[in-house]
Design a protein around this ligand. Sequence first.
Ligand SMILES: Nc1ncnc2c1ncn2[C@@H]1O[C@H](COP(=O)(O)OP(=O)(O)O)[C@@H](O)[C@H]1O
Ligand SMILES: [Mg+2]
Length: 357
Amino acid sequence: MKTLSPGATIGILGGGQLGRMLAMAASRLGFSCIILDPDRNCPAGKIARAMICADYDDETALAALSAECDVITYEFENVPAHAVAFLQAAGSALAPPPKALEISQDRLREKNFLQDIGIATAPYQPVENEARLRTAIENLGLPALLKTRRLGYDGKGQAIIKNQNDITNGWKAMQSAPAILEGFIDFALEISVITVRGADGNSKTYHPARNIHKGGILRRSIVPSGADAPIITEARTIAMKIANALDYIGVLGIEFFVGKDDSLMVNEFAPRVHNSGHWTVEACGISQFENHIRAIAGWPLGDTARHSNCEMENLIGEDAANWQALTAEQGALLTLYGKRHQRSGRKMGHVTRLKPL
Ligand SMILES: Nc1ncnc2c1ncn2[C@@H]1O[C@H](COP(=O)(O)OP(=O)(O)O)[C@@H](O)[C@H]1O
Ligand SMILES: [Mg+2]
């Protein structure tokens, strides 16, 4: 990776709130951003230097992005393989590396990769049809969670199987897509580690956050997590091991289950900035967004230490209608994503409340 100078242009595939906060961090360091997204009104497009409104596999659009940008990054993991191949053939520098995308796009590959490097996951089996699902249930037991291998997010593409009567409907919910069955983990808590790895191969981690999900969607991230010190150290070590194994450059978000017996399993990782790291904007000197930009620009990484404890709450759907009360609340730090249409289950913004360390 070459080191970018201030004034260089960064391309971002995807223009959601993650792209928007990346563009804000980039602009603080003197870079400008071009967003590629099919939605003209996407949150990041409104604040970037330019936006290209096109599908992710539109070759004319990709060629324009490639010509204008010194490095191209992404804010979602489902970038089509074709787009990645096209950009590489056009000579674009891409960070994080496409290998991380390929692995994290497929839950089966992701779990195989983790197992191969000696990291514990929930027990799992691939499932291609209902008969295979029945065998997998015999092997793993119930309850279990059936998930599509690809394209799931915010708990979508998942079905819980509690007993034999759930099997047929569970398989139907996959809509014939290849799937994976996971043993249901009765965890004590969920934590995540936001890791950043620089072009020089050094990595840093932010303190783990405890994550509370409702209906598969992240509601709150709390720092510190309440996990014991050895768990925290182990999670941070595992996170850096994953980043090293991927030859990673940029921010990588890693989700863990902490067992009631203090065991640690990786649930999944995202090759991008992560919702459970939004708190780093308010509670750290250098946020996950700035550190991602620093890493892909070949700049020194910033300090990941926090100056405050905090709790981040996602504003989902109608929660965001509460903006007046939230701005009036002392100590509540509000971020809104500029989405025009509020829909149930849609992330509209978040609020972080700082607490003394
Ligand atoms: N094997 C499992 N056992 C228990 N809970 C799970 C398991 N897998 C996922 N979950 C719960 O569902 C949430 C969403 O699942 P996840 O695999 O992270 O998918 P997504 O890509 O939608 O975030 C997790 O954060 C966790 O709360
Ligand atoms: Mg998840």
